[in-house]
Design a protein around this ligand. Structure first.
Ligand SMILES: NC(=O)c1ccc[n+]([C@@H]2O[C@H](COP(=O)([O-])OP(=O)(O)OC[C@H]3O[C@@H](n4cnc5c(N)ncnc54)[C@H](O)[C@@H]3O)[C@@H](O)[C@H]2O)c1
Ligand SMILES: O=C(O)C(=O)C[C@@H](O)[C@H](O)[C@H](O)COP(=O)(O)O
Ligand SMILES: [Zn+2]
Length: 359
């Protein structure tokens, strides 16, 4: 097992990464302050991992709530099911919520923890590659709104993150690829060497080679922990973790939550951001092609949905959380491995780039 730390003063916490961790009670128990635990999961993950997760808390009152599976249920209505369960089982302020699942469960459980009785502890046990490399770390929690992704939420850090790489054995191939999109993101935004590693190890990741997966998870979590430690609440640098997301969130919303997976939409969005970066003269045509090849190699989309228009993108991107005083800010690439947040592009270049993807 290896341990990383997210360095946030009195809100610091460890990320444990390894095999067989979901069987290790010694690891997690010290992060449970009270006697009550509420495990939040969904109807796909429960039959696979809920009994094992329950066994992590010997001697505690362990309750669970099973949500319907899917991005379409990441909303306020279904968030309420967590509060119903907490109140029905009389959980008090010393309770610990445990997110057992992918990013949807992690974001919802974290937000429930941020708001239940004005804030209780929570622990992340991420079971998808995407949640292991990204959503379980950093404390962004929340739910979607009909009019925009993750529009209702809070920053609330977990007490620890338990990443058991073995859970990836049951993950469908499409979900594995979606997770690889966020892994590629770290290479593109801060780590050129990691990008090169990904170019040579993509087949190992896709075949779930354990060493490759552990290396990708550790490198990704370390990159994210470093950025979050510098800027917990996205006042500046943290926005680079949003590469491809302004486009991607527009796609997810337009297509109906869950039809394009988050990672798929981010993959297409990263290509769109790379295309604009190329038009601005920041990255070369060869770099753009390299980015496309890597994303294609991960079995991810490099094009926008056919039924979206330039007007659709512009309308949906205008509600992005990075917009300031009506001005769109995008995460773009100055070079491969170097992202910046910028509004330093003309409407003409932006629209020309969009037109190259959609009608
Ligand atoms: N908070 C953040 O910083 C952050 C970062 C990235 C993404 N997100 C959010 O995360 C969500 C996407 O997360 P995701 O890709 O994990 O999707 P997800 O949570 O929907 O999980 C994907 C699918 O895999 C299933 N699953 C989970 N673990 C499994 C396992 N071990 N074996 C078999 N099936 C399993 C789930 O039931 C689901 O059907 C989006 O809502 C996105 O907005 C948040
Ligand atoms: O942790 C962050 O910061 C990120 O931006 C990580 C993203 O991968 C993630 O999808 C996040 O939920 C997007 O945040 P949002 O603020 O754009 O909703
Ligand atoms: Zn994301």
């Amino acid at each position: 097992m290896q341990t990383l730390n997210v360095d946030l003063g009195d809100r610091s916490y460890p990320i444990f990464v390894g095999s067989g961790l979901i069987e290790n009670t010694q690891l997690i128990l010290p992060y449970v302050a009270g006697q009550q635990v509420m495990i939040v999961t969904n109807d796909t993950i429960a039959p696979l991992y809920l009994e094992k997760a329950k066994a992590l808390f010997p001697g505690k009152q362990v309750d669970s709530v099973i949500l319907p599976d899917g991005e379409a249920f990441k909303d306020l209505t279904h968030l309420n099911l967590i509060f119903d369960a907490l109140l029905e089982k009389q959980h008090n302020r010393t309770t610990t919520l445990v997110a057992l699942g992918g990013g949807v469960i992690g974001d919802m459980t974290g937000y429930a923890a941020a708001s239940y009785q004005r804030g209780v502890d929570f622990i992340q046990i991420p079971t998808t590659l995407l949640s292991q490399v990204d959503s379980s770390v950093g404390g962004k929690t929340g739910v979607n709104h009909r009019l925009g992704k993750n529009m209702i939420g809070a920053f609330h850090q977990p007490k620890c993150v338990l990443i058991d790489i073995d859970s990836l054995t049951t993950l469908p191939d499409r979900e594995l690829s979606a997770g690889i999109a966020e892994v590629i993101k770290y290479g593109l935004i801060t780590d050129y060497e990691f990008l090169e590693w990904l170019e040579t190890h993509m087949s190992s990741l896709l075949s779930r080679d354990q060493d490759a997966l552990i290396y990708a998870v550790l490198t990704s979590c370390a990159a994210k922990a470093d950025v979050v430690a510098q800027d917990e609440k996205e006042g500046g640098i943290r926005a680079i973790l949003n590469l491809g997301h302004t486009y991607g969130h527009a796609i997810e919303n337009h297509q109906g939550y869950g039809n394009w997976l988050h990672g798929e939409a981010v993959a297409a969005g990263m290509i769109m951001a790379a295309d604009l970066s190329h038009r601005l003269g920041w990255i070369s045509g060869a770099d753009l092609k390299r980015t496309q090849s890597l994303i294609r190699a991960a079995n991810l989309p490099v094009d926008a949905p056919k039924d979206m228009s330039v007007a659709d993108f512009k309308a949906l991107m205008a509600v992005d959380k990075k917009v300031v005083d009506g001005k769109l800010r995008l995460v773009l690439l100055k070079a491969l491995g170097q992202a910046i947040i910028s509004s330093d592009f003309g409407l003409e270049e932006f629209e020309a780039s969009l037109h190259s993807f959609v009608h």
